[in-house]
Each structure stands twice: as C-alpha cells, then as structure tokens.
Design a protein around this ligand. Structure first.
Ligand code: SF4
Ligand code: SF4
Length: 97
C-alpha cells in the first residue's frame, strides 16, 4: 500500500499559480463567423483554465485566466485562435514544478 496522498485536483493546482493580469488580451478569436459554424467548439472543452465560453452567438475569452499551455492553438480545427505570449511582466508564473 502506498502512503501517497490522493493526487491534487486540477483546480487545486491552478490555485497555486501566480498570474499577473494584463489589461490587454494576448488571445484573439480571428473570425466569429467561423466559430458560429464550428459544431464541436473544442476550445470550450479543452482549455484547462476554462478561458473559452460560448455565450449566445460568440466565444467569450477570459484571457486573464490563461496559463499559457498552448493547447487551444492546437485544438481549434480551423486555426481560428491567435494566442501569443503575454507582454513582458504579465501572465502566469509557475511557483511549483
Ligand atoms: S474551436 Fe475554434 S472555431 Fe471552434 S469555437 Fe473554438 S475558436 Fe471557434
Ligand atoms: S494557452 Fe492553454 S490556458 Fe491559455 S487559453 Fe489556450 S488552452 Fe487555455
């Protein structure tokens, strides 16, 4: 039997990150028309920080929660997300691991 505690939940790990929020988004949806035709909306299901939400007829981007993992750029089948590094001094800081 292992004495290891249960692995931390993702929400617990995200809580350990330090994010310096910028007032300028480093993420942009290139075409809302493309999102309207996108049935799966993979960005809303893939981002570990829940940055993308479908509200009514468009994607809302909570860029300030981004942990810069890069998954959204790879998962969008229409290459419809521009996600660059935040400006210097802003963004996520990993304190553990
Ligand atoms: S996966 Fe891409 S095209 Fe689909 S909703 Fe998200 S950003 Fe839009
Ligand atoms: S880079 Fe990662 S955390 Fe940031 S929006 Fe894309 S999937 Fe979400």
């Amino acid at each position: 039997m292992s004495d290891n505690p249960m692995p931390a939940k993702l929400e617990d790990k995200l809580f350990l990150l330090k994010i310096t929020r910028d007032d300028h988004s480093h993420i942009e949806i290139l075409s809302n028309d493309v999102c309207l035709r996108c049935e799966e909306k993979w960005c809303t299901k893939t981002c570990p920080a829940e940055v993308y939400h479908w509200e009514g007829d468009h994607i809302v981007v909570s860029y300030e929660n981004c942990i810069e993992c890069g998954a959204c750029r790879m998962i969008c089948p229409y290459n419809n997300i521009s996600c660059v590094m935040p400006r210097g001094g802003f963004g996520v800081q990993y304190k553990f691991g």
